[in-house]
Design a protein around this ligand. Structure first.
Ligand code: CA
Length: 472
């Protein structure tokens, strides 16, 4: 009997913020092929990561658990490849599985991909041009260099694998791009895009970090000021004022960011075309996401890490004609912990008790279970490292965001052991959607702060995390 379980095509990019996707209303670019997925499926408007940084979010997506459970709290904690992940469960259930592209969960026998029939991944961040890959093989795989542009190569590998698979068995393919991660080197085909255009600036490009906790001003991720010359492919003019540098560097880096996304969009189009041409579209769940959001000049920043909206928010669009109404939009709170249980649910496999997320299949079918979450817990562990972002945890509800910068390393690998006075922030997202005004000390919010703290601690206990000793 034919196996009619759905195929899963999981497309993930690195650092692609949803406000650079036209299906999310981008003011700065067009992504016609990604829009096909949204137009023919469901767009999730409130999908959040639980720790906005590459390696940890990837571990959460695969393992369905928070980082204090899977052990991947920072960039210095590669994932143990004996961790239970959704591809392993699907492989055991008879799925053909593969991953191509960005892995970023470690290399070598203990950290290379497992649970995949085939794989080829970039070592660490990898390169945009002529990248080296690690191909599946003994002792953690074999390194070989390739010729060409990384986004095209990852797509070719994915298409080649789809073409040689056994058509009588379902597949789960993780098609994972390096783009649009720093340092944004476009291919020849797209390097002239936007050349004489002015890209609209975000509302908060000239943020001065007043009315915030000290963490915002301390962060070293300001466009221009804290960038590397490679980010803008030029020396940064030091004679300019800070705001002038932001204005100049924003145009330089955002254009390259959008150019590398244009290549992703073209290549996703090639894969969608292949599904159409081979009759696979109907029974294939196509997912597009990115491991976290990114500041696109918002708050004057690039990078991510903060629980602030642009970094917290992940793009998530899913097409599955059998169960999802075309052009639908969901506003429920979805987390990166939900991905693994959702894929297992859709494939008819059992969801392990140890997974902490919840299947979004009912949301895909157009409903919202009455007990669906109304708040979410977030924790950034990598205190100070790379961009001087202080360690924090927090709670987001549909209206409020409560943040506690506990600002210490807590013995986390990769974090810098230098502590600061802890601080709280509260944002009323209805009154202040850009998070410019911390109202934690406003007496009008005293009661809501108490409620939010209770909810924060309830969520922490639920996911088995431990709060630090908090000051008032
Ligand atoms: Ca990332």
């Amino acid at each position: 009997m034919a196996d009619d379980r759905p195929n899963i095509l999981f497309i993930m990019t690195d650092d692609h913020a949803s406000h650079a996707m036209s299906c999310y209303g981008s003011r700065i670019n067009q992504t016609p092929n990604l829009d096909r997925i949204a137009n023919e499926g469901m767009r999730f408007d409130n999908c959040f990561c639980t720790n906005s940084i590459c390696t940890p979010s990837r571990a959460t997506i695969l393992a369905g658990t928070y980082n204090h459970i899977n052990g991947v709290t920072t960039l210095a904690t590669p994932m143990d490849n004996e961790t239970l992940t959704f591809p392993k469960i699907l492989q055991d259930a008879g799925y053909q599985t593969a991953v191509f592209g960005k892995w970023h969960l470690g290399t070598g026998p203990k950290h290379c991909p497992t649970g995949f029939d085939d794989w080829a991944v970039l070592p660490g961040q990898g390169f945009y041009h002529n990248p080296e890959f690690i191909f599946k093989g003994p002792h953690g795989g074999t390194r070989k260099s390739t010729q060409g542009y990384v986004t095209d190569i990852i797509t070719d590998m994915s298409l080649d694998w789809l073409k040689q698979r056994d058509p009588d068995k379902p597949f789960c393919l993780l098609y994972q791009h390096k783009a649009p991660h720093r340092p944004w080197f476009p291919d020849e085909k797209h390097e002239h895009l936007y050349l004489n255009e002015h890209i609209p600036e975000p509302e908060t490009l000239y943020d001065d970090y007043s009315n915030r906790a000290g963490a915002a001003a301390a962060a070293e991720m300001r466009v221009g000021t804290h960038m590397h010359p490679l980010d803008v492919k030029a020396e940064i003019p030091q004679h300019l004022s800070e705001n002038e540098r932001r204005k100049w560097a924003y145009q330089r880096y955002i254009k390259d960011y959008l150019r590398v996304i244009a290549s992703v969009d073209d290549n996703v189009g090639r894969v969608l075309d292949y599904l159409d041409e081979t009759g696979l579209s109907e029974n294939t769940i196509v997912v597009y996401t990115s491991d976290q959001g990114f500041f696109l000049g918002d708050h004057g920043w690039y990078d991510k890490r903060f629980i602030y909206e642009e970094s917290l928010r992940m793009p998530l669009i899913i097409r599955y004609p059998k169960e999802v109404q075309a052009g639908s939009v969901n506003k429920d709170m979805v987390l990166n912990t939900d991905f693994a249980p959702s894929f297992l649910d859709l494939a008819g496999a059992e969801i392990p008790e140890s997974f902490q997320g919840r299947s979004i299949r009912p949301l895909l079918q157009g409903g919202t279970p009455p007990d669906w979450r109304q708040s979410m817990y977030y924790r950034y562990w990598m205190h100070k490292a790379n961009h001087n972002v202080y360690a924090h945890y927090g709670l987001r509800t549909h209206r409020y965001k409560l943040i506690y910068y506990y600002s210490e390393a807590c013995d986390q690998p990769g974090a810098i052991d230098e502590s600061y006075e802890p601080e709280w922030e509260l944002f009323d997202l209805e009154e202040d959607p850009y998070e410019l005004n911390n109202v934690y000390h406003d007496p009008a919010y005293a009661r809501i702060i108490e409620e939010l703290k209770d909810e924060l601690h309830r969520r922490q206990a639920e996911v088995q995390d431990t709060p630090v000793e908090e000051k008032a």
